[in-house]
Each structure stands twice: as structure tokens, then as C-alpha cells.
Design a protein around this ligand. Structure first.
Ligand SMILES: Cc1cc2nc3c(=O)[nH]c(=O)nc-3n(C[C@H](O)[C@H](O)[C@H](O)COP(=O)(O)OP(=O)(O)OC[C@H]3O[C@@H](n4cnc5c(N)ncnc54)[C@H](O)[C@@H]3O)c2cc1C
Length: 465
């Protein structure tokens, strides 16, 4: 991954806007550049575009969408920005939180109306930190649905995606930072050069680069990485080599409910609806509902780096809307028990410990004692049998630190000036989660992938016109 001096010849192939990465960000950027009159090409390392976008649950938050209005949800970008800032404890960029929130509704409406992604508004439960129902999901809540529709939309728009093509180097003037093109490498080692007038980095963060994860986020380096392995931190490496600023490199999305060893995902709503986690001794160890990201390190700090998540029939019914959850039922990662004794046998913990854990929660719910972990149980009913349980571990989903960008998704230097023709979005750019594990508000990943993709595509098209 290096910066090469621009060659003393014309590139054989030239394209006005070039996008690296065919995930949600890259395809949204390319569609938008094309809508705004620019010819555009996407280069993707994999044989087929997938990225972390395919692995996702396809939940995209937005404030003020047509779906929210139809459901009578009164939401505003200001409310959304306030939630984003509160979740990151004021440690993210508040202006960025606002301009991303301000562009969120138009982006989700566009995904539905133009891209033809069949999103619906989730109203069964609220994700931690969101003060309104604003999560929009595909029919089965899977990124596969998202990444079926986006490449189709690119094909309809006449946008080519060059696959099996890893961009290994950028051609750029080291003084000005102006990018002239890229060098890509094919699986057989052949290289090809493509010239461009504007470059969009949509190649996500560094979750797939263990050395970078250990360097920037050592606390999660030994956890499972659940994102796309091709995300090696190339955007950060190229950007910094060209003088770009990075921020919040310790920020990330973790998840504290990946079944182990099966590797399916338990929808977080089972906890917000009254579920809880115990360790293999049957004891709770945290306030589970602060957020799924920060829960990852709580879980891997437990004996054997696992916990058991417990919920009931009411939450089970909500969760069956999620394909990931149905997959968990199918592979047997989700167990069922009709009594606490049976549940203790499933978990392999002492029955008296688990019975005490249940009793303490009832006492907290009835206001007879404060919850030892500071969780408020007043607004949820104690679990009723039958119970469901799964053995889970904590995982890294994606990194949230990256290149600093402005409201046109242009990559900025440390002094706030923009590099001449470089854009970044999605996991390649700094996100909204601040510097650590606790700042991730559900949906921040696809929020900045789609919104920054739109902003980058629009501004790049304007630049090359
Ligand atoms: C299990 C899981 C569930 C998630 N669920 C949600 C959710 O419900 N809501 C949400 O908001 N977020 C979710 N996320 C996070 C979300 O998936 C990501 O934030 C988002 O997909 C990032 O999009 P992207 O386009 O930046 O990256 P990606 O989708 O990862 O795309 C980047 C692409 O760049 C390609 N690439 C990388 N380097 C190069 C190179 N040098 N040359 C060519 N191509 C390259 C990669 O192969 C990849 O295809 C989830 C993540 C995981 C792992």
C-alpha cells in the first residue's frame, strides 16, 4: 500500500470519478455521482461485492423519513444528533453529528424510492440510546438483502464494478496530495493502472488488519473479528501518507451477543425487552442495556470469555423477525427451558445462583432493591417461562476511527484544509462514535456508509464536471 509518483505518461484508462470498495458506501457514492452527471467506476478486491455491508443486519437509522411520518413518529435531525452526541459522551464531532443527521432522512427515502431497497420502520423495540423509533430495516434484517439491491441499482444505472481487483497503490503528487490514479493488482499478480480526477475511498476501516487493531484498540485485539476480512486499513494508510488527519482511532463497534461457537447473532432487543446476561457461574456482571458495543469487552472479561444470554417468549417472538435469529434457532445455538432449574442445567451453573439472579431482578423491578449494576428494570416485565438462552461471546464488528472529512466527505488535513480531490466515507472515514467502545449508537456504521457515500458522490461529481 504505497503512494507512487504520477507517471510521465497518460493513463490508458481514465475515469472522472473512481471509487475503491463496492460496499454500501462505495455503491451509494457511485450511484450519486452518476445521478449528478459524472461517469464513475468502482474497483473491488473481491470476486463479488459483499464487504461488511453484506454481513450487517441492514438497520439504518434516520430522522424525519417518510416511513416515520406515516407511522406518526415525530423525529428531527436535532433530536437524532443529540442522541448521537449523548451516546458518545460529547467526545464525537457535534457538527458532524448534526450534518449527518440532517442528511439521513433524504438518504433513507432515496434508498427506498430510487434504489428500491424495501425498508420498513422498526417499532417493536427501541435500540439503546435512540429516543425515537428511527431504525429502518430490510424485510429479513440482513445485509444480504442490502447487497443484492445495491449492485442491481448500479447495473441499472450503467455503473461498472471491476471485481477481483485490489487497489494496491495510489498515484499522487506528494506535495499537493492530488491523486492522479490508482494501481490495481489482479489475483494472478498482473497490475493495471487507471487514471481519475476524483477518488472516493470506500474501502472501510482496519478491522481486518490484526496489527492495526492491536495498535489502536488493544482491548478488543483478542476478540473474534466478525466483519469483512478484506478491510485492511488501506484508506487510513493512503490518507495519512498524503497528509490527511485521522481521528477517534480507538472507536469501534463491538457486539456482546455473538453465539459461541456457532457464530450467529442474537438481536439486541431481547435484552432491552427484559433479558439479561450471566456468566458461567450464573451471576450477572454488567448493565446489559447501555449498548451492544461496550458489552463486547464485558463478556470477554468473564471466565472462558463467554456469557449466557437469557430471554423469554415475548422477546423471542420479536426476534424471529430477524434472519440472524432464525439462523441461530436452526443451527441449535438457542436453547429453551421451562424452569430455572432446567435453565441452570443448560448453562451448567449452580441452580441456587441462577435462582438468586432471577430473584434480584424481580426485586429491582418491584423497587425493593437497587440493581447492583445500575440497570433500570422498572419499564420491563420480569421474564416469564419458557426461557431461551444462548452462549455468547464478544466480537469486533468494525472500526469507527478513520480519515477526518467535511460535509462534502472531502478528506481533510490536520489544519482543516481539504486534500485536492480525495473523498472518504463509511468505515474509511472517522465515524460518530468518539474515541472508544461506548460511543457507538446502533446503526452508526450504515448511517455514515450511506450518508457519506451520498455526500461524496455528489461533491465528486461537482468537482469533475
Ligand atoms: C455482523 C455485523 C452486523 C452489522 N450490522 C449493522 C447494522 O445493522 N447497522 C449498521 O449501521 N451497521 C452495521 N454493521 C456495520 C456495517 O456493516 C458497516 O459499518 C458498513 O457495512 C460499512 O460499509 P462500507 O461500505 O464502509 O464497508 P464495506 O461494506 O466493508 O465495503 C468495503 C469494501 O471495500 C473493499 N476493499 C477494501 N480494500 C480494498 C482495496 N484495497 N481495493 C479494492 N477493494 C477494497 C472490500 O472488499 C469491501 O467490499 C454491522 C457489521 C457487522 C460485522
Amino acid at each position: 500500500m504505497s503512494i507512487l509518483a504520477p507517471p510521465n505518461r497518460l493513463f490508458e484508462t481514465n475515469v472522472p470519478v473512481l471509487v475503491i470498495g463496492a460496499g454500501a458506501c462505495g455503491i451509494c457514492a457511485a450511484l450519486t455521482a452518476k445521478e449528478n452527471g459524472a461517469e464513475v467506476l468502482i474497483v473491488e478486491r473481491d470476486e463479488k461485492p459483499t464487504g461488511s455491508s453484506t454481513l450487517s443486519t441492514c438497520l439504518i437509522p434516520a430522522a424525519g423519513t417518510k416511513l416515520q411520518k406515516a407511522a406518526g413518529v415525530s423525529d428531527t435531525p436535532e433530536k437524532f444528533a443529540a442522541d448521537l452526541i449523548a451516546k458518545a459522551k460529547n467526545k464525537n464531532d457535534p457538527r458532524m453529528a448534526l450534518w449527518i443527521a440532517q442528511n439521513s432522512a433524504a438518504t433513507v427515502d432515496w434508498l427506498i424510492d430510487t434504489v428500491k431497497l424495501p425498508l420498513s420502520l422498526l417499532t417493536g423495540f427501541r435500540y439503546p440510546g435512540h429516543s425515537e423509533y428511527r431504525m429502518h430495516g430490510s424485510p429479513n434484517r440482513t445485509g444480504t438483502e442490502l447487497m443484492a439491491v445495491l449492485p442491481e441499482a448500479a447495473a441499472r444505472a450503467g455503473i461498472d464494478i471491476v471485481t477481483s481487483a485490489t487497489v494496491t497503490d495510489l498515484y499522487a503528487d506528494s506535495k499537493s496530495g492530488r491523486v492522479g490514479g490508482v494501481r490495481l493488482t489482479r489475483p494472478d499478480g498482473r497490475t493495471e493502472d487507471i487514471g481519475c480526477q476524483a477518488l472516493v475511498l470506500a474501502c472501510n476501516g482496519f478491522g481486518g488488519n490484526p496489527e492495526m487493531v492491536r495498535q489502536y484498540i488493544p482491548e478488543i485485539a483478542d476478540a473474534i473479528y466478525f466483519g469483512h476480512v478484506g478491510n485492511k486499513g488501506d484508506a487510513v494508510k493512503w490518507g495519512t501518507a498524503l497528509g490527511a488527519a485521522v481521528a477517534d482511532m480507538g472507536g469501534y463497534q463491538g457486539h456482546g451477543a455473538v453465539t459461541h461457537p456457532h457464530g450467529t447473532l442474537i438481536m439486541w432487543g431481547v435484552l432491552t425487552e427484559g433479558g439479561f446476561q450471566v456468566n458461567i457461574q450464573g451471576k450477572r456482571f454488567s448493565n446489559e442495556v447501555r449498548g451492544y458495543s461496550e458489552q463486547a469487552v464485558e463478556v470477554i472479561a468473564q471466565p472462558e470469555r463467554v456469557a449466557w444470554e437469557i430471554w423469554d417468549e415475548a422477546a423471542h417472538k420479536i426476534a424471529t423477525d430477524f434472519q440472524d435469529y432464525r439462523d441461530g434457532l436452526e443451527v441449535g445455538s438457542i436453547k429453551r427451558a421451562t424452569t430455572i432449574e432446567e435453565l441452570a442445567r443448560v448453562i451448567g451453573c449452580p441452580t441456587n445462583e441462577l435462582t438468586k439472579t432471577f430473584a434480584d431482578i424481580v426485586a429491582a423491578h418491584e423497587g425493593r432493591q437497587a440493581d447492583a449494576w445500575g440497570r433500570d428494570f422498572a419499564n420491563v416485565e420480569p421474564l416469564e417461562p419458557p426461557y431461551y438462552a444462548a452462549r455468547v461471546t464478544g466480537a469486533l464488528f468494525h472500526t469507527q476511527g478513520g480519515l477526518v472529512v467535511n460535509e462534502e466527505a472531502r478528506v481533510l488535513r490536520g489544519d482543516g484544509t481539504a486534500l485536492p480531490n480525495l473523498f472518504a466515507g463509511g468505515g474509511a472515514a472517522r465515524g460518530l462514535s468518539g474515541p472508544s467502545r461506548w460511543g457507538y449508537l446502533s446503526g452508526n456504521g450504515l448511517l455514515t456508509a450511506t450518508v457519506l457515500g451520498r455526500l461524496a458522490g455528489r461533491a465528486a461529481a461537482r468537482m469533475v464536471r
